[in-house]
Design a protein around this ligand. Structure first.
Ligand SMILES: *Cc1c(COP(=O)(O)O)cnc(C)c1O
Length: 394
């Protein structure tokens, strides 16, 4: 049996009849950039996340940049981000000229460890990016609590003020992997002062090309988003602020509009697949299953197991052997992420050392992402789990 890591064709087949007319309508109306389908999608996507404002943009990476740019993050500022995430989280800070400051992840949630944040705060800290990694919301109350306990006051949604110095820190969300995920029954995206989403084709809600969105409940910030997205202009050729071209394409808006109607079902499908994996893989001594935290509704963008290493070996050895074995049996898997951000060559100048963030490093060496998409059949999951069991019996 051949099981891909992700099966975009299966999803396309299931919605082909809805997609074609939506694409034709964009072509007929020549609404290639922004336009009605994008506007409608923005409205529906915001409503789905109980947020007031949403803007379709060119990618999640661009969204990460826009969020920090609109908040005034710039040269000399520091932005706290988890060491275990995709590199694009860090680009948000670096594109603003700011310095990313890494924090280790929590051993169970795999998200930023709230208990380790205050030690990373300096007078230059301007923002904290809570990444809802793998589809599981970060512990935002834990993050808030650690700040408030350390001399900060929650001034407004996602805004903390230092009671002595007046310094402000913004809490923003990277929701690239967490469409419609919930933290304590509240949808992500409208929890911090602002958030970004990715609609890269492989994400839980994927466009047919590059696309993303930014979201906020803050009216002033919403205005800035709209301006930055379109060359700093409200009116054509009059540029009130610096900006860029971060607009979403019409075709992506149309595709996303069609797909949005299915996201609840697709998310249920992912959760069903995760439950099945969990059931069939429980009790295998050699692996650690991902934990769904009690505060979270996980949307399983990824199902990441850890393969325990044995004392004498290189820590990634068993994981690599299992990956190879599954590959030989037609099962594709992934690594998310094999090189934690603090050990990336591009951040060498920041002076971090291997060993500094043990949890992120453990995940990099032991983590293995199993096939995950809503169309996975029970038979496919049984096959994957069967091969994993076989591997550990050998
Ligand atoms: C995918 C991803 C991004 C970037 O999104 P793109 O649309 O690919 O630019 C940012 N952050 C995280 C956590 C991601 O997984």
């Amino acid at each position: 049996m051949n099981i891909p890591f992700l099966d975009l064709k299966a999803q396309y087949r299931s919605i082909k009849d809805e997609i074609q007319p939506a694409l034709n309508s964009v072509l007929d109306n020549t609404a290639y950039v922004l336009g009605k389908p994008v506007l409608e999608f923005e409205k529906d996507f915001a409503a789905m996340h109980n947020a007031k404002y949403c803007y379709g943009v060119s990618s999640g990476t661009d969204g990460n940049h826009m969020v920090l740019w609109a908040l005034g993050v710039g040269h000399g500022d520091e932005v706290i981000i988890p060491a275990n995430t995709f590199i694009a989280t860090a680009w948000g800070a670096t594109l603003c000229g700011a310095t990313p400051v890494f924090v280790d992840c929590h051993p169970e949630s795999y998200n930023i460890d709230p208990g380790k944040i205050t030690a990373a705060i300096t007078p230059r800290t301007k923002a904290i990016v809570a990444v809802h990694l793998y589809g599981q919301p970060a512990d935002v109350d834990g993050i808030s609590g650690s700040l408030v306990g350390g001399g900060w006051l929650l001034e407004g949604q996602g805004v903390f003020v230092n009671t002595k110095t007046g310094q402000k820190i913004y809490l923003v969300e990277d929701c690239a992997q967490a469409h419609i995920a919930e933290y304590k029954k509240v949808k992500v995206g409208g929890i911090g002062i602002a958030s970004s989403f990715s609609f890269y084709p492989g994400k839980n809600l994927g466009a047919y090309g590059e696309a993303g969105a930014v979201m906020t409940n803050n009216e002033g910030l919403a205005k800035k988003f709209k301006m930055i997205r379109d060359h700093g202009a409200e009116q054509k050729y009059v540029h009130l602020s610096y900006g860029h071209n971060y607009r979403m394409e019409g075709i992506q808006g149309a595709v996303l509009g069609v797909k949005l109607k299915h996201i609840n079902d697709w998310t249920d499908g992912r959760r069903r697949a995760a439950a099945k994996y969990r059931k069939l893989l429980s009790g295998i001594e050699g692996i650690i299953l991902p934990k769904e935290m009690e505060y979270a509704k996980h949307v399983y963008h990824l199902f990441v197991i850890q393969v325990r290493s044995q004392k004498s070996e290189v820590r990634s050895q068993r994981r690599d052997e299992l990956q190879k074995y599954l590959n030989e049996n037609g099962i594709a898997t992934g690594l998310h992420y094999p090189v934690p951000l603090h050990t990336q060559p591009c951040f060498e100048h920041l002076g971090y050392k291997k060993g500094e963030f043990p949890e992120a490093e453990r995940l990099a060496e032991q983590g293995l992402s199993l096939p995950m998409y809503s169309e996975l059949t029970d038979e496919q999951i049984e096959y994957v789990c069967g091969r994993i069991k076989e591997f550990f019996k050998k």
